[in-house]
Design a protein around this ligand. Sequence first.
Ligand code: FAD
Length: 416
Amino acid sequence: MDFDVIVVGGGPAGSFTAKHIAAQGFKVLILEEHDLVGEPVNCAGLLSRRAIELSGVSARIIINKLTGARVYSPLGACLELAGNHTWAAVVERSMFDQELAEQAQTDGAFLFTGARVKGLEPAPGGYLVSCSCRNGKDISFSTSLVIGADGAKSRVARCLNLKPGPYKASICAAETELSRTSADLADIFLGSELSPGWFGWIIPLDHKRCRIGAGHAFVKEAYSPRYYLEQLINRFPDHFRGIKIVRYTSGVVPMGLMPKIYAQHAMLVGDAACQTKPISGGGIYPGLRGAQICAAVAVQALQEDDFSQEKLALYQELWDKEFGSEIYSGISHRINYLDLNDHDIDTILRFLNKPFWQKTILEQGDIDFPSCLSSCLSTARPWKMKILKGMLGALNWGSDLKNSLKLHSADLKEEV
Ligand SMILES: Cc1cc2nc3c(=O)[nH]c(=O)nc-3n(C[C@H](O)[C@H](O)[C@H](O)COP(=O)(O)OP(=O)(O)OC[C@H]3O[C@@H](n4cnc5c(N)ncnc54)[C@H](O)[C@@H]3O)c2cc1C
């Protein structure tokens, strides 16, 4: 074999997987279609501290730190969630990817850029991976194990006949020049017509530059994501006054649990394996964890020279165990969200915009594992709120909330 492992795609999931396998002494090649790792960028670059710590990248890639967010309804309500500690960091995504690729090379992986993988051909003991290079020439490498880290539209997954994820968010985003009075809060915009099934955002980089985006998800009929971004800008003129679009980006976030993320002599990781969070669309943290799990199973397979489906199935088992319920619940919250009209959204935000709920959300909210908080909040439907005000003690959902938030009912009663 030319290489023990070939990783297709030099994004965060690919480089992180390659790093962990190469660190164990195996010969790993990363094939990246672009000349420069990390370019072009299609990401808002919002990461939790957990994700940054896990990645091991340097602090120089952090452009801004956010302490909270304001959530807007299309009818005028605003839920203010301004904390006093860092809730998320905004990173320079291309540098983030480049640092991870450097880490992989430091640990012994080879990186071949400008090499687009075209196909996989079964070969004795593995695969022959063919790619076309920038100079127009085609080249093939043999390997015992192919790892598809080639993103949302994974060619590796298609070559292996692995079914894609069941859902996706289609997003239009942009880098902009946009003045802000506060650079430490993100703005989130909800609305059934503004971003059906999804949300719009402004993420400040500093007082003069922001990343913005909007899109749609889980809806059968929708306009293009760009339409929703333009709607957002028009519907909230105060937020977007004087905006100058520097660069549009767009992309798709695959979501849900894929039936199978491995095959004989092959595994998928990152977006290719649908390792994303359905509530926010963030894929970097789950992709990095997926990479660690994938690499651990790959190392075992290499040590035992066993690349059978039975052996590699362990990867899916471990992934589902760690993230399965989070993804499942995220998807069900997203589907429930489709039932809310603009009036419901407005009522919920007004209801939550009180010190008790603000404090709860800031304390309990975890951008990597949002399902606990979202299950609590999704029960706060307007009709339930009305009943709650009169009959809190008798309601089951009151105790559900209490249990899941680990609150004392006295606190809850006092607030309501
Ligand atoms: C608009 C937008 C905003 C987002 N914002 C956030 C955010 O704020 N926070 C967050 O956590 N997540 C965010 N995400 C999701 C996040 O960008 C992805 O989950 C993440 O990039 C997945 O990493 P990956 O390594 O799996 O795939 P990718 O980053 O897509 O990397 C795949 C790599 O494979 C290469 N490749 C593809 N095909 C081939 C081929 N045939 N041959 C060789 N190379 C190939 C590509 O060039 C690319 O470098 C956002 C997504 C979008 C679309």
